[in-house]
Ligand binder design. Structure first.
Ligand SMILES: [Zn+2]
Length: 323
């Protein structure tokens, strides 16, 4: 009997080993999110990665493909805004990547000289290039000899000799240029004070989850981090915002920031792969406590995680830990 158990345990062990190797062969370590990504933490780490690579570089020339879907400003305007500019800094605003641009001191030959028209030049000196990655958009910094990937919509040749490319197979991404001071609306979740956060949600009749996803209130929080934040705060996604106490909203404020910060810290270690590589890589993800774990035991109390559909999106929660 004992021997039999031992043998079946050995068989199970071998099967698990084989299975894990099989899984590893199918899906390499990075995991692609099934939900709409990237969310705020991914965009933050991508923006930091691009900033590290191209801040201080200049854009010499721009090639834009024939597909117009990703272009939210006319191709000619995007090209002329970028060309001849120095990239001062790349940062995140909501789920947008923002390139702060400045006219170079020595414009390229044939380019409109800034000298001699100082008044007009003031408004021409700075601009912003806004990139929204949508679901499948990627930015790559590479050598010009690198093969141009399918679905490349824009290539910026840089003064350093490298190229910055925008690739997007599904074309939900968006490219546009702004004169400056780009404001995507809503409040930045990592900067919002507790008082302001409470004021945003207090008294709203909608479910708290819907309010968290409302980009006019907080910008950049998507489905995954909304579910994770609500779990940490012990609040059910369907609870009406108006029924949540100030104290609980304070807890949610801390949970949202904690979840986003942890994800950013984690993303920072994988972003170099993402920006440079040309394959199918995704993001390393925070270990989700509820998101995508329907039917699995809650990591705190063991109750199976539930899934409900709210405004067309899946919401995951523990019916014991969240009230
Ligand atoms: Zn639980």
């Amino acid at each position: 009997m004992e021997e039999q158990t031992g043998r079946s345990l050995l068989a199970l062990g071998l099967w698990l080993l084989a299975k894990s190797q099989e899984l590893r062969a199918i899906s390499p370590a990075p995991i692609l999110y099934p939900d709409s990504v990237p969310e705020l933490p991914e965009v933050e780490t991508i923006a930091r990665g691009i900033d590290r690579r191209v801040a201080g570089d200049t854009v010499e020339s721009v090639w834009i493909g024939s597909r117009t879907q990703p272009l939210k400003s006319p191709a000619g305007v995007i090209a002329s805004t970028l060309e001849g500019k120095r990239i001062l800094r790349v940062h995140r605003a909501g789920k947008h990547i923002v390139f702060d641009l400045e006219e170079t001191a020595h414009p390229k030959k044939g380019r409109r000289a800034v000298r001699g028209q100082p008044r007009q030049a003031a408004s021409l000196q700075t601009a912003q290039w806004i990139v929204h990655l949508g679901m499948t958009g990627r930015m790559v910094v590479c050598e010009p000899a690198a093969e141009v990937a399918k679905h490349t919509h824009l290539i910026a040749k840089l003064g350093s000799g490298r190229e910055l490319r925008f690739i997007d197979p599904r074309m939900f991404g968006k490219l546009s240029v702004h004169a400056g001071g780009f404001d995507p609306g809503g409040v930045e979740p990592l900067e919002v004070s507790e008082e302001r956060f409470i004021a945003l949600f207090r008294g709203r009749k909608t479910p708290i989850k819907s309010a968290l996803l409302n980009q006019k209130l907080l910008r950049g929080v998507g489905n995954i981090y909304a579910d994770e934040s609500l779990f940490r705060a012990g609040i059910r996604p369907r609870r009406r915002a108006a029924s949540i106490t100030r104290e609980q909203l304070g807890k949610l404020h801390r949970a949202v920031r904690e979840v986003l910060r942890e994800a950013i810290a984690l993303g920072g270690s994988s972003i170099s792969d993402y920006v440079d590589a040309d394959g199918e890589e995704g993001f390393f993800q925070l270990q989700h406590r509820v998101y995508g774990r329907e039917g699995e035991p809650c990591l705190v109390c063991g109750t199976p995680i539930r899934r409900v559909v709210l405004a067309g999106r899946s919401s995951h929660y523990c019916s014991n830990c969240q009230k």
